[in-house]
Design a protein around this ligand. Structure first.
Ligand code: ADP
Ligand code: MG
Length: 280
């Protein structure tokens, strides 16, 4: 995927983008994220303390951690919705919050669909805001509707959809923003187990077809381990990264076989032990 990023005076993107400058090299799958020494305080409350985290270009890093440890805060900072109290955030190059905004698509924890728009028009909001004509924006959203099992619900208002369907429309809207960096905050949290497993396989397929650099926050250890190249486990607030687990072969086409393998089971045990406050 070709990166369309940033202000004209910015340096070229890091490592993988540099590689794509080589004649004949494949295009970079998006910029790398590099977070160093990041701290965030809300007044007196220390939300995040000393976060160092790198997401190589085109990879998925999962983040799991207890409620209130600062996961949403971290995504909002990377997205450029907040400026951190300390530390640096690079998306390709170090950027202040306003310069991070155009690089990232954030799927917030609450779906924030516009209640007066149809599901199709909600999904097609990003190209519309970018100036696309309504029919063109709808044409782009329509095939993805079918892939997400939403066909037939194009003209439904969000209030007429189930929670799971709303989340899928919200995910589509995030994807349709066409940004190289996806920041997903518990994207499948309110889905039932079967639909969630289907959505995970679907997302694995989407990322295989069209690589993005992804930060995936989830409270579901299995989801994180299935979808991510590595998983960062956070401590309770103020959030730090207790350990990062490497996942050997993420996003396997046969999800059921992958998540029941002994190696996956070992990783799950390590993650759960870390979450419970133990060593890895
Ligand atoms: P998580 O997503 O891991 O549940 P959050 O990032 O939402 O955690 O919150 C981390 C901590 O910061 C919590 O204690 C929460 O109450 C606090 N917090 C979050 N947003 C704000 C805000 N806008 N103002 C003040 N405190 C906040
Ligand atoms: Mg949260």
């Amino acid at each position: 995927m070709v990166t369309k990023l940033g202000a004209p005076n910015q340096e070229p993107l890091t490592s993988s983008a540099a590689a794509s400058d080589t004649p004949g090299a494949p295009p970079a799958p998006g910029p790398a994220i590099d977070i160093r020494g990041l701290e965030h305080r809300y007044g007196e409350l220390a939300a995040l303390a000393g976060i160092d985290l790198a997401v190589p270009a085109g990879e998925v890093v999962g983040i799991v951690g207890p409620s209130g440890c600062g996961k949403s805060t971290l995504l909002e900072i990377v997205a450029g919705l907040r400026e951190q109290s300390e530390g640096t955030v690079a998306i390709g190059v170090p950027r202040t919050a306003p310069d991070r905004l155009p690089a990232c698509a954030l799927m917030p924890q609450r779906d924030l669909l516009l209640p007066w728009l149809s599901a199709l028009d909600n999904a097609a909001l990003a190209p519309r805001i970018a100036g696309a004509r309504r029919d063109r924006a709808r044409e782009r959203a329509q095939p993805l509707f079918e892939r997400l099992g939403l066909a037939g619900f194009e003209s439904a208002r969000p209030g007429e959809l189930s929670g799971g369907m709303r989340q899928r429309v919200a995910f589509l809207r995030t994807l349709m923003a066409g940004k190289p960096v996806l920041l997903l905050d518990e994207p499948f949290a309110s889905l039932d187990a079967i639909t969630r497993a289907q959505m995970q396989s679907w997302l694995a397929g989407v990322l295989a077809d069209d690589a993005h650099t992804v930060l995936l926050v989830t409270h579901d250890v299995e989801e994180a381990l299935y979808l991510s190249d590595r998983v960062a486990v956070m401590t309770p607030r103020p959030g730090r990264i207790a350990a990062t687990l490497e996942v050997p072969s993420p996003r396997a086409p046969d999800r059921a076989a992958a998540v029941t393998s002994p190696r996956f089971g070992d990783l799950r045990q390590r993650a759960l032990k870390l979450l419970a406050g133990g060593a890895s």
